[in-house]
Design a binder for this molecule. Structure first.
Ligand SMILES: Cc1cc2nc3c(=O)[nH]c(=O)nc-3n(C[C@H](O)[C@H](O)[C@H](O)COP(=O)(O)OP(=O)(O)OC[C@H]3O[C@@H](n4cnc5c(N)ncnc54)[C@H](O)[C@@H]3O)c2cc1C
Length: 277
């Protein structure tokens, strides 16, 4: 059959077709096992993972494949219909900026951060019973299975994972000691998720155009400016790019600050979330 003929058949309904007919639609993947049906992935894992890790992780890949076609798929369909809601204040009128999520979203968070610990699997031992951090190929294979049902969660997962990476690589020992146990936690009640605030109206691709200013005042850094886009506004630890005031003349001299959502005394830091996109 030529391409043109098959396109014409797809485009023109035939007598007897009804609105509910699924004859012309892509097949529904709900209920399928995304790992079992993906021979390419299974073969590649055998090539790229060390034999022992491959053998140990196989049942976990199988479980994720079933979850992705099953429970996760059902939860994602519900969460898509109930977008998160930004609340600027608490009921007592305090400026707290908290975000309310549907229980379906929260259950997906549980699968991602508590059960599979995506954010921590590349950084520490103990995830999925492994005695070392998972190899990158294993982490990305889990993510590949997960996002076939739920892509939205991948933003908080990814920015937490990458923030941990930056803090491990560049943070002082004291900062690492303070942040990493909480950021690597599998307990959603005490976990500190991460994020990055970089993009501004003036500076997306052109990071050198960033206008947010970092000013040293009374022995601590204060940040003045507005960010424009971020994958995970609801984070506990923000890594933020700003221009140190003393070096305003240098176009690429930027400083990466760690901004806590809550200060050491427990109070809410003074930044505001303007809206959810
Ligand atoms: C899914 C998603 C998640 C994101 N998450 C985050 C986040 O967590 N934190 C955060 O800070 N930001 C985040 N961003 C924002 C992202 O960093 C910016 O969108 C990106 O840096 C591009 O900036 P911009 O959108 O302002 O586009 P612009 O920089 O205005 O670019 C617009 C167009 O111009 C082109 N262009 C730009 N400069 C040049 C040049 N010099 N020469 C030729 N062409 C050029 C670009 O290729 C593009 O096609 C996210 C964006 C997306 C889509």
């Amino acid at each position: 059959m030529s391409f043109q003929a098959s396109y014409a058949e797809f485009a023109s309904p035939r007598p007897g077709d009804t609105a509910t007919s699924s004859r012309h639609l892509a097949p529904d993947c709900a209920g399928l096992d995304f790992f079992a049906l993906d021979r390419g992935l299974r073969d590649l894992l055998g090539v790229y993972l060390p034999a022992q890790a491959h053998q140990h992780l196989l049942p976990h890949f199988q479980r994720m494949g079933q979850l992705s076609g099953g429970r996760l798929n059902a939860l994602a369909a519900v969460a898509d219909k109930y977008a998160p809601v930004l609340h600027a204040r608490t009921r007592w009128g305090e400026d707290h900026d908290w975000i309310e999520y549907h229980p379906a979203y929260q259950e997906m968070e549980h699968i991602a951060f508590a059960d599979f610990q995506f954010h921590a699997m590349g950084h520490r031992a103990g995830v999925l019973g492994c005695d070392a951090p998972l190899p990158p190929a294993a982490k990305y294979a889990f993510q590949y299975l997960f996002v076939q049902s739920e892509f939205g969660q991948m933003c908080p997962i990814s920015v937490t994972d990458t923030s941990i990476h930056l803090i491990r690589k560049f943070g002082s020992p004291a900062l690492q000691q303070k942040l990493l146990p909480r950021m690597l936690s599998p307990d959603l009640g005490s976990l500190w998720k991460g994020t990055q605030f970089m993009t501004e109206k003036a500076g997306g691709s052109d990071v050198g155009a960033i206008e947010t200013i970092a000013r040293e005042e009374g022995g601590q850094w204060r940040l003045y400016g507005e960010k424009w886009f971020c994958s995970h506004a609801d984070a506990d630890v923000v890594l933020l790019l700003a221009r140190p005031e003393a070096r305003l003349a240098a176009p690429v001299a930027l400083r990466c600050s760690r901004v806590p959502r809550r200060l050491d005394d427990g109070s809410r830091n003074a930044y505001r979330i303007v809206r959810l996109k």
